[in-house]
Design a protein around this ligand. Sequence first.
Ligand SMILES: Cc1cc2nc3c(=O)[nH]c(=O)nc-3n(C[C@H](O)[C@H](O)[C@H](O)COP(=O)(O)O)c2cc1C
Length: 360
Amino acid sequence: MPKAFEPVTVGRCTARHRVVMAPMTRNRAFGSATSPTELMATYYAQRADAGLIITESTQPSPIGQGFPNTPGLHSATQIEGWRKVTARVHERNGLIFAQLMHAGRVGHPSLHEDGSIPVGPSPVLAAGRVFTMDGPQEFVTPRPLDRAGIRGTLADFAAAARNAIAAGFDGVELHAGSGFLLHQFLATNANQRDDEWGGDVQGRIRFVVEVAEAVADAVDADRVGLRITPGATYNDIVEDGLHDTYLGLADALDSLGLAYLHVAEGSDAELAHRLRRRWNGTLILNPYTPGSYTGPESLKLIETGAADMVSFGALFMANPDLPRRLRLGGPFTAPDYTRAYGGDHRGYTDYPTLPPAHAA
Ligand SMILES: Cc1cc2nc3c(=O)[nH]c(=O)nc-3n(C[C@H](O)[C@H](O)[C@H](O)COP(=O)(O)O)c2cc1C
């Protein structure tokens, strides 16, 4: 059997195989106060054959919301909504982690009920626009987190992680990439702080390490994964000293005993190799495939030892039974990106599965 279809340790859990559903924001949390719906439960249950599902970005606090209709994990209603999701996935023996994402400076006042200004490491305006209920709008200059704000944000992450466990999740993934709050602290352009949370590598990684520690304290390290996107420029991120930052971060996190490190590889393939060698725990790789999406050929990265698991985004969106299709060598349905963000069941829960009798 190819190694890709052998079990692997994910913290305190064992995944049946190594095909991971990558986190994908789908903007369909139409339940009251951004809580998950039955339709979302159906969507995730359809994909429960994944070795591990990582949910769409989920805000740990109202101020962490960065897009319309994304789900949260900070209220009783949201916990109830997510319980339906996790129960349906567990009925099919799936494993599911909630991705906790705080948007930081790339949120928008109109996404916050109280109209509050987004927070960030420093008052540095990001170039670009944010999708809001009223269409795209310019980013605003964030309010820098002071000491109390940093402590409060750590507490929010810890509380959201506890809520995730209460909602039946097997664990949480901390999103430290894609230009959102944790990434903003790592990045040399967004983080202009001259206190202990800025400056050199140890300063810029401090907040991310503190979030990981706070969440590990709350729900145990073996239920916590962390995602990075080194070198990704999305949301106006510029990172000088990429290798030093991420190797320093990996070193600092390694001793915590996290469930996994999820690396979204960028154009710097050497860095992904170095992280693989440096990281002692389970490593999930989302390969760099410019102009296309992760395809079946990426499974060889597990065979060669470049990763323990591989995550698939677009292909999992369009193929709810992706692991089976990968075993059979296809066929694969192409994703319809026009229905990725928001909308109804179309392009969401109506992608076909292969008939049971289908053979290679
Ligand atoms: C519709 C869509 C939504 C996404 N939302 C998230 C997200 O919420 N969190 C995240 O970490 N990555 C997100 N991503 C990035 C994916 O996890 C993945 O890294 C990317 O799609 C590349 O992998 P692929 O080639 O297999 O699709 C999203 C990607 C897509 C296509």
